[in-house]
Design a binder for this molecule. Structure first.
Ligand code: ADP
Ligand code: MG
Length: 234
């Protein structure tokens, strides 16, 4: 595929996100424009509080924009019904939350399986096998029966990563996915991301504080005071 053929999978046009606190309006994202090509890896850097998680929540359709347009895979997401949005999110997007968002009532294996069990049809045996394979990939095979509260932050992070991958998403949105991992485990996860990107031309957007993590992606942006600046493309 040459550059002209690359499909744009995510596009933000003048995307705005405001929060109202009492009578004050906080402008978190200010007419942000951005495009992600299919199969690319993009890192977003920025100071704490600059709006990185807010941007990822918008891209993952977890929150609506205040204004502007968000187009994912050619669809303007504001035109989708709530049901279409949640199906789309569950099938197309793997979201790795900064705060993991695991369910403590479920063990590791069940947490990883859950998004696949929300689909209309599934084979339990296949889902279980896929979840076990993913647990192995993230180094959690020895913790399948543990509950989140019985695990370290790094183990919970790895469980959240495996869960994000269970529905074989085309787009992976990762909020500081290696923030709680030691260097070796972090490198294994980053290698897994590279593999996911290259094997099926998946698109990966990673929020990070690490210049090293950012340097491994195809391009880097910096979010500063609600404005997104392109820093580099390799
Ligand atoms: N639900 C919310 N209501 C009000 N303000 C919020 C909400 N979520 C985030 N903010 C504010 O938006 C700003 C950006 O937050 P966030 O996107 O989490 O930043 P980052 O991930 O870059 O650290 C912060 O000042 C935060 O306080
Ligand atoms: Mg954040």
């Amino acid at each position: 595929m040459n550059n002209c053929d690359k499909k744009i999978v995510i596009e933000c046009r003048n995307l705005v996100k405001n929060y109202k606190i009492g009578t004050n309006t906080l402008e978190i994202l200010k007419k942000l424009n951005f495009q992600a090509e299919q199969g690319s890896s993009i890192s977003i850097l920025g100071a704490s509080g600059s709006g990185k998680t807010t941007l990822l929540n918008l891209l993952g359709m977890l929150e609506p924009p205040t204004d502007g347009e968000l187009i994912i895979d050619g669809k303007n997401i504001q035109q989708l019904s709530a049901k279409e949005k949640s199906d789309y999110r569950n099938n197309k997007i793997g979201f790795i939350f900064q705060s993991y968002q695991l369910l403590n009532e479920l063990n590791v294996l069940e947490n990883i399986m859950l998004p696949a069990l929300l689909k209309k049809s599934y084979k339990l045996k296949t889902v279980r096998q896929n979840a076990e394979n993913l647990a192995e990939k993230v180094g959690l095979s020895h913790r399948l029966k543990h509950h989140p509260s019985e695990m370290s932050g790094g183990e919970q992070q790895r469980c959240a990563i495996a869960r994000a991958l269970i529905n074989d998403p085309e787009i992976i949105l990762a909020d500081e996915p290696t923030g709680n991992l030691d260097k070796d485990t972090g490198n294994e996860i980053l290698a897994l991301f590279k593999q996911l990107q290259s094997e099926k031309s998946r698109t990966i957007i990673t929020i990070t504080h690490s210049d090293y993590v950012a340097s491994l992606s195809d391009s880097t942006y910096i979010l500063d005071n609600g404005v997104l600046y392109h820093q580099r493309t390799s």
